[in-house]
Design a protein around this ligand. Structure first.
Ligand SMILES: [Zn+2]
Length: 357
């Protein structure tokens, strides 16, 4: 969709004036190539964030491409302000460098070089510089806002406060963008400024989301899995046969997956109730051990895991069965209800409105 729009505007607008003698077919072909190159540039920008994150030992989840850029989603949080700064600065630096290099190549082409090449390189160079400039706007979650957060973090030594501060700046900038967009439409009657309102809106909601997530993280700070543990975990014995295991399971709260443990509570793995029921019909004498598969990495938590990390990991598992394991032994599970009530207790009293900082 965006790809088509970029191609369309290039072919019918910019390229018409940039290459006066060109044919429509030539313009469309070039427009498609350039739109592809633009996406490659955005991807490179995000990859540079991801690469620096990797070297600073922050895991990268995935890279998403958006309307006017992309987002490299980080799985963990940067450990220190310097990592935060380097990861954020990598993208704009790469885009600026790439843009300037393309512009320099376009400038240094010999006089006989095809005009198409020169125009294409110039456009790509300019758009990369523009990408860097836009991303340097100091509103979180744009790169500039992340850099601002890193500086605030370094200055005040408080990650949550820095995030909230940077996100506020982001909201102010988003508000300005939208306001100016509305004014321009009112003044000129030209609806192409809707883009600006759209981008402003996107920034606004992203900044809002960051503030909320930051509050949540702040609220569970210091809380670990141990505080949220409940001992009633749906577990069956590995040495019991399938039929007995099913009978045990029916005494517990309904669940789709069960932990399989040895007599001494050593975790063997997990088994689905479906698999047990099937086996109970066909081979009722088999030990439950045979049906266990290894538990997910994200499913097994040590009691010392912070609640933040727990929330992130639970979000990634499918079954929802969380196993708290200490020294190889299953000691309990985490009840989502316990987490919620712990959050309510810990949530700062001033939940809405802007508390002065
Ligand atoms: Zn970026």
């Amino acid at each position: 969709m965006i790809f088509a729009l970029v191609t369309y505007f290039l072919a019918t607008g910019w390229l018409v004036t940039a290459i006066p003698g060109s044919t429509p077919v030539g313009r469309w072909v070039l427009a498609i190539i350039l739109a592809g190159a633009l996406f490659a540039s955005v991807l490179l920008h995000e990859l540079s964030h991801a690469l620096v994150a990797r070297t600073r030992r922050v895991e990268v989840d995935e890279i998403m491409l958006f309307i006017f850029g992309g987002v490299a989603k980080l799985k963990g949080e940067p450990r220190d302000a310097l990592s935060d700064l380097l990861i954020a600065a990598a993208g704009p630096l790469l885009s600026t460098g790439l843009g300037l290099m393309l512009l320099a190549i376009a400038q240094s082409l010999p006089t006989g070089a095809p005009e198409t090449l020169r125009a294409g390189l110039s456009w790509l160079g300019l758009i990369n510089v523009a990408l860097a400039v836009f991303n340097m706007v100091p509103g979180f979650p744009l790169d500039g806002g992340r850099i601002l957060r890193a500086i605030l973090w370094w200055r005040f030594d408080d990650y949550e406060r820095a995030t909230i501060g940077a996100a506020r700046t982001g909201k102010v900038i988003a508000g300005l963008l939208m306001g100016i967009g509305f004014l321009l439409i009112a003044a000129t009657g030209n609806f192409s400024w809707l883009w600006e309102i759209l981008i402003g809106w996107f920034l606004w909601s992203a900044a809002n989301h960051s503030v909320r997530m930051s509050r949540l993280r702040g609220a569970v700070e210091g809380v670990t899995v141990r505080d949220l543990i409940t001992e009633r975990v749906p577990a069956i014995r590995a040495d019991h046969d399938v039929r007995v295991a099913l009978a045990q399971a029916s005494q517990m709260e309904p669940t789709s997956e069960l932990a399989v443990v040895e007599r001494d509570r050593t975790l063997v793995g997990v088994a689905t109730v479906d698999a047990l029921e099937e086996a109970a019909l066909e081979t009722p004498q088999r030990p439950a051990r045979d049906l266990a598969r290894p538990a997910d990495d994200d499913q097994v938590l040590s009691p010392d895991v912070p609640a933040n990390e727990m929330i992130a990991r639970i979000a990634r598992i499918e079954s929802g069965l969380v196993l708290v394991v200490e020294d190889g032994r299953l000691i309990g599970t985490v009840d989502p209800k316990a987490l919620l009530s712990a959050l309510q207790k810990l949530e700062p009293p001033q939940r809405s409105g802007e508390e002065p900082r």
